[in-house]
Design a protein around this ligand. Structure first.
Ligand code: NAP
Length: 309
């Protein structure tokens, strides 16, 4: 590494890798911190991506990320499979520390940390995490062969997880707090017509029961208030994501929901030389293709900034 880098990209996923591809092609010699366990981002935990343009028959999420990664590498991006654990973005030279104790200085930084799974917020959800409670069907679905499991949520993630889990489970009960799904029509219809999926409408999970592993859920009807208990051996939580802003929350401007605020029509944050893209910024679209799009914008913004400074 040189003494002061042109650009450090923090986070991978479609936004970070696309920023790296563009910045590398612009000969900025970018460094991209991919994350030690989160490299590739949310798409590493999905199955088939059917709507990323250019793939007529769809592509598996991890394969798409692997291809973007290799493309960034081909143009000379310096990929580091480690985390940034501290950042000081205030001055003209940004100072970042990684998980191995190295300090990196840079003239510009692209924030592409994405988002993290949202939790229901129950004490026993945490306690039984990895013991029946999971946030990743593709990672853990295999362990629930021939069992009855619950999925919580009503968005695309929940119906995608529920549909995927029918490969293993004997029955999947999709628990949603309202009486209609938020998921896209095509994915919702696929789930609703699957004979292995049962819908439990207007229902909230209020507790996860079990001493060593998940045995049952305590449920509350959101219309009648009635509380009931139902046996399940697994609970998959798919209720959305929150932006991963921990490292920058006291430095860059965030909106009320914790997303990084960027100047209209650009990826510029309130700090000079600091840009942000992907799910860290976007609470509206949150698609792989929109994340890649803003990743591209952030590299072009950084390039322009560097050429003026
Ligand atoms: P989402 O669209 O925000 O949906 C979250 C769901 O969880 C909503 O149904 C919400 O209920 C429910 N929920 C939120 N907090 C809850 C709580 N505390 N308790 C119980 N339920 C709760 O999130 P997502 O499904 O993760 O999708 C995020 C984005 O990624 C979307 O833009 C989606 O289109 C995209 N995505 C796309 C694909 C694909 O195209 N293949 C796959 C996955 C995700 P309400 O409906 O009542 O708000």
């Amino acid at each position: 590494m040189s003494e002061v880098e042109n650009l450090v990209i923090v986070g991978s996923g479609p936004s970070g890798y696309t920023a790296a591809i563009y910045a590398a092609r612009a000969q900025l010699n970018p460094i991209i911190y991919e994350g030690s366990v989160t490299a590739g981002g949310a798409l590493m935990n999905t199955t088939e991506v059917e709507n990323f343009p250019g793939f007529i028959d769809g592509i598996m999420g991890p394969d798409l990320m692997d291809a973007m990664r290799k493309q960034a590498k081909r143009f000379g991006a310096n990929l580091i499979t480690d985390d940034i654990v501290e950042m000081d973005l205030s001055g003209p030279i940004k100072v970042l520390k990684d998980g191995s104790g190295n300090t990196v200085k840079a003239k510009s930084v692209i924030l592409a940390m994405g988002s993290a799974y949202r939790e229901i917020g129950l004490e026993n959800e945490k306690r039984l995490s990895g013991r029946g409670v999971s946030w990743c069907a593709t990672c853990d679905g295999f362990f629930f062969r021939d069992q009855t499991i619950a999925v919580v949520g009503g968005g695309d993630s929940a119906v995608e997880e529920a549909t995927f889990l029918t490969k293993f489970a004997s029955k999947v009960v999709l628990i949603h707090r309202r009486d209609s799904l938020r998921a896209s029509k095509i994915m919702a219809e696929r789930a609703l017509s699957n004979p292995k999926i049962e819908m439990l409408w207007n229902t909230e999970v209020i507790d996860v029961l079990g001493a060593e592993k998940v045995e049952a859920l305590s449920l509350k009807n959101t219309v009648t208030g009635e509380v009931s208990k139902r046996d399940f051996t697994g609970l998959f939580v798919a209720i959305g994501h929150d932006p991963r802003n921990e490292l920058v929350k006291d430095q860059v401007t965030l909106d009320a929901e914790g997303y990084v605020v960027v100047e209209n029509g650009s990826t510029r944050t309130n700090l000079t030389g600091v840009f942000a893209c992907g799910d860290l910024v976007d609470h509206t679209y949150r698609q792989a293709i929109t994340a890649a799009g803003t990743g591209c914008q952030s590299a072009l913004d950084a390039e322009k900034f560097l050429s003026h400074h």
